[in-house]
Design a protein around this ligand. Structure first.
Ligand SMILES: [Mg+2]
Length: 345
């Protein structure tokens, strides 16, 4: 088991209510058996998961003696052991989890999605319009539509009046589905006001309008909002899903928050049982993480996907995913189907 820190500049700074990002910094993990090698990735998010590249590397150092020498057939036991060894640190756990699934599926001779029970090869994904002036948001939306987007995810949460205008202006140029993401930016009264005002523009759902810790207010918002409410930053693991039953309409599962597919499978089961819709989302990630998310989404059969995290990277160091006309396609290869396009290790 080895790992490398990778840094990739973004094509342009990515601005949301939580802050602005200019570079992607992550950790790529490679785990090899005698026959196969699997790849994984950790995309740390200081403000969401609470980790950094340094803490990911620290976690991987602790995980290495657990992983190396374990039997692959004991996948579940390995993941439980990581959880016992170190709390939280979910993106480091996700990196190990992805690499193990990559190897397990290669060994089984099928793509990860198929090993998870999914037959479809493609899933529709939204593309993201970040926050800038209304004029630039419209231009950005136009660009994404010309690249085939069938669903736009528009970031909001910094300025209620401007957000209403942003959605109104984007709706003028397209019939595509629109979902919004507040990234915790609003108070309850602001969220009620904005969601009621933009309902006429046919919004699919609103992600995390309120800050983490205000989950009881999400329930109040849900009662007063004509638009379905989805939790994102408020839901990391299966315990969070249990706590959100009755408070939101849907959850956004991100493998970097859940610590990989192992925990995400439990989250999906709870949500489906409770009648909540599921989206699989992502952080800014290379195609390793996005391929893992896409395989998981296809394997489980979820309602929505927001898997465009590699989109803004200036360089794609991995192959393993194709976007065409609104859909993500995973490659029809055993495992995750990801391969480095340049020397990384
Ligand atoms: Mg979100």
């Amino acid at each position: 088991m080895e790992w490398k820190i990778i840094r990739i500049p973004l094509k342009k700074p990515f601005k949301i209510a939580l802050g602005t990002i200019e570079n992607y910094e992550g950790v790529v993990v490679k785990i090899c058996t005698e026959e196969y090698c699997g790849y994984g990735e950790a995309s740390p998010s200081p403000k969401i998961v609470g980790d950094t590249v340094d803490t990911v590397v620290g976690a991987l150092k602790r995980f290495k003696p657990i992983v190396v020498g374990s039997r692959l057939e004991e996948y579940g036991k390995i993941m439980e052991e990581l959880n016992r060894n170190l709390r939280h640190n979910s993106s480091a756990k996700a990196a190990v989890d992805f690499a193990l699934w990559d190897i397990l599926a290669q060994k089984a001779g099928m793509p990860v999605r198929e090993l998870l029970g999914g037959k479809k090869r493609r899933i529709e994904t939204s593309l993201t319009v970040d926050i800038s002036s209304v004029e630039r948001s419209v231009k950005h939306a136009e660009e994404l539509l010309s690249q085939g987007a069938k669903v736009l995810k528009v970031k909001i949460g910094l300025n209620p009046e401007e957000d209403i205008e942003r959605i109104r202006e984007i709706r003028k140029i397209t019939d595509a589905r629109i979902r919004v993401d507040g990234n915790q930016g609003y108070s309850l009264s602001q969220a009620i006001k904005v969601l009621n005002a933009i309902d006429r523009y046919e919004i699919e759902f609103a992600e995390q309008p309120l800050p983490v810790g205000h989950e009881d207010e999400l329930k109040l918002l849900r009662e007063k909002s004509p638009i379905p409410i989805m939790a994102d930053e408020s839901v990391h693991d299966s315990r969070d899903v249990l706590n959100l039953i009755g408070k939101v309409d849907a959850i956004n599962i991100k493998l970097m928050k859940s610590g990989g597919i192992y925990e995400a499978l439990k989250m999906a089961s709870i949500a489906q049982t409770a009648g909540m819709k599921i989206m699989v989302g992502c952080m800014i990630e290379t195609k390793i993480g996005i391929a893992a998310g896409t395989h998981f989404a296809l394997g489980v059969g979820v309602d929505y996907a927001d898997l465009d995290g590699y989109w803004d990277l200036k360089e794609q160091p991995f192959e393993g995913l194709r976007y065409e006309d609104g859909y993500n396609y995973v490659l029809d290869k055993p495992g995750l189907g990801v391969m480095p396009l340049r020397e990384i290790f």
